[in-house]
Ligand binder design. Structure first.
Ligand SMILES: O=P(O)(O)OC[C@H]1O[C@H](OP(=O)(O)OP(=O)(O)O)[C@H](O)[C@@H]1O
Ligand code: HPA
Ligand SMILES: [Mg+2]
Length: 183
């Protein structure tokens, strides 16, 4: 698996520092607010657990599974709700936990859904923000790293469902894409 990576963009250490920094910030900002972290499956699995471990406050966690890339390198443009939350978010302070904001479509879909369900406050904490990828204007409040326009894998992010278990974020060798064209 490591042999398929051309170069590392964010190392294990970089990610650990980002989780620590944002976990501390959330601890300050959410004192007594009992937020609910909404982890967006599958990409945000590792980021969610690493940030929540750094938060020294009362917080819940729940999961929602949405998909638009279907394992590939381009957004299908349509978001599918694969598995819904179990919690009721009405009146709650919600923090959406994402691995990456790219076109912004997934985030916009989630914000619309949570607003419809009457969440009190909605903020977004993402490991990676790729501003040049935006198709709809969706913004993150807590960002680990701003990413140039590259398709990345690792630390939750997949290509054809693989590479999520790499502990760092990197760029695949072009030979791995077999004709798909990454941005
Ligand atoms: O800003 P966008 O262009 O919408 O892209 C970002 C979303 O795409 C990826 O999910 P994906 O649909 O690949 O599902 P996955 O998390 O299961 O890989 C990623 O985890 C984000 O949720
Ligand atoms: O760069 C990416 N890598 C993996 N999945 C993604 N989903 C949106 N952007 C990306
Ligand atoms: Mg994906």
């Amino acid at each position: 698996m490591n042999n398929d990576i051309e170069r590392t963009l964010y190392s294990v250490e970089d990610i650990k520092e980002a989780a620590h920094r944002l976990g501390q910030q959330l601890t300050e900002d959410y004192q007594d607010k009992r937020p609910i972290l909404i982890s967006v499956l599958k990409g945000a699995i590792l980021w969610t657990v690493d940030v929540m471990r750094e938060m020294d406050i009362m917080a819940e966690v729940d999961f929602i599974d949405v998909s638009s890339y279907h394992g590939g390198v381009a957004s299908a443009g349509e978001i599918q709700l694969v598995h819904d939350l179990s919690a009721d978010v009405a009146g709650r302070n919600v923090i959406i936990m994402e691995d990456i904001i790219d076109t912004g479509r997934t985030l916009q879909f989630l914000i619309d859904l949570l607003k419809q369900r009457q969440a009190k406050d909605i903020k977004v904490c993402t490991l990676l923000d790729k501003p040049e990828g935006r198709v709809v204007a969706a913004k993150a409040d807590y960002v680990g790293f701003k990413l140039p326009k590259e398709f990345v894998v690792g630390y939750g992010l997949d290509y054809k469902e693989f590479y999520r278990n790499l502990p760092y974020v990197g760029v695949l060798k072009p030979s791995v894409y077999e004709g798909d064209r990454p941005e």
